[in-house]
Write a protein that binds this ligand. Structure first.
Ligand code: ATP
Length: 265
């Protein structure tokens, strides 16, 4: 459940005759419960691709599908976490997390249990009654992720979720997301500009190119992570120190730099 497919996807903004071709021939398969990070230069169309899967926008050519069904609108099988936390400021942490469950018609007793479980899992229990403005950015993003996870969606779509956080908070959130993703795997499409973040979190990394936007290369991380037992290390800096990690990071940087060089040439 939750397998995502981009089949020869294109997007033209404006008219077909006089438009801007943002994406052309995007092909990408994200397997059920796979964590796919997407990297690429600014403007290559990462967010546009994510919006297709969310059902917020439609391609002008090709098909985006989840489990073989073409996506035409948003649905409860897909949850989105944005860079800006987008919490309801007048609702408490607990109420923010509960809202989606309420909209889904989940009975009260079950709602309370689910909310309490996710609060504990995300170390948020003592903040349950706080309002968003009383929390740091990192805490607010933790609530956003809890709010998405509690719905138990097949697909989690994350657009630079840690982009607005300071470096230290970002590391803590990355470690937590790894914990969550390994314990309760979901199909994840995770957009980031941070190559190290992509290598640390993902099973595979899709590298996009620009003008027009397309997927130019896919790097397998999972087989290396498993062979080299990255998950035995609790801290991100210990993983980032491993030769196998450095090698993959360099490979992705090289691919991105090649792209930049071609743009400048
Ligand atoms: N509504 C729109 N109308 C016209 N052009 C658009 C629209 N939305 C996006 N674009 C263009 O499409 C291209 C892809 O945009 P998109 O936001 O998907 O890129 P991105 O890779 O996510 O960029 P960034 O990394 O900077 O967030 C960009 O050139 C952008 O200017």
């Amino acid at each position: 459940m939750g397998a995502i497919r981009f089949d020869n996807v294109g997007r033209i903004y404006g008219t077909k005759q006089d438009g801007f071709e943002a994406l052309k021939g995007v092909n990408l398969d994200i397997a059920d419960r796979e964590f796919m990070a997407v990297v690429g230069p600014s403007g290559c169309g990462k967010t546009t691709c994510l919006r297709f899967v969310a059902g917020f926008d439609q391609p002008t050519s090709g098909i985006v599908s989840v489990d073989g069904v073409q996506v035409t609108k948003p649905g409860p099988d897909r949850a989105v976490v944005f860079q800006q936390f987008a919490l309801m400021p007048w609702k408490t942490v607990c109420e923010n997390i509960e809202l989606g469950l309420r909209n889904k018609g989940v009975p009260k007793a079950e709602r309370i249990k689910k909310v309490n479980d996710i609060l504990a899992l995300m170390s948020l229990t003592s903040y349950a009654d706080a309002f968003p403005h009383q929390l740091s950015g990192g805490m607010q993003q933790r609530v956003s992720i809890a709010r998405a996870y509690v719905l138990d969606p097949e697909v989690l779509l994350m657009d630079e979720p840690f982009g607005a956080l300071d470096a230290q908070t970002r590391v803590v959130m990355q470690e937590e997301l790894v914990r969550l993703a390994r314990r309760n795997p979901r199909t994840v499409m995770f957009i980031t500009h941070a190559v190290e973040e992509a290598v640390y979190l993902a099973d595979r990394v899709a590298i996009m190119a620009r003008q027009p936007g397309r997927v130019k290369e896919i790097i397998d991380i999972r087989s290396v992570r498993e062979a080299e037992r990255w998950d035995d290390h609790e801290k991100i800096e210990d993983v980032m120190d491993l030769e196998s990690f450095v090698h993959l990071r360099t490979q992705i940087w090289r691919s991105l730099r090649q792209e930049k060089a071609m743009e400048i040439a």
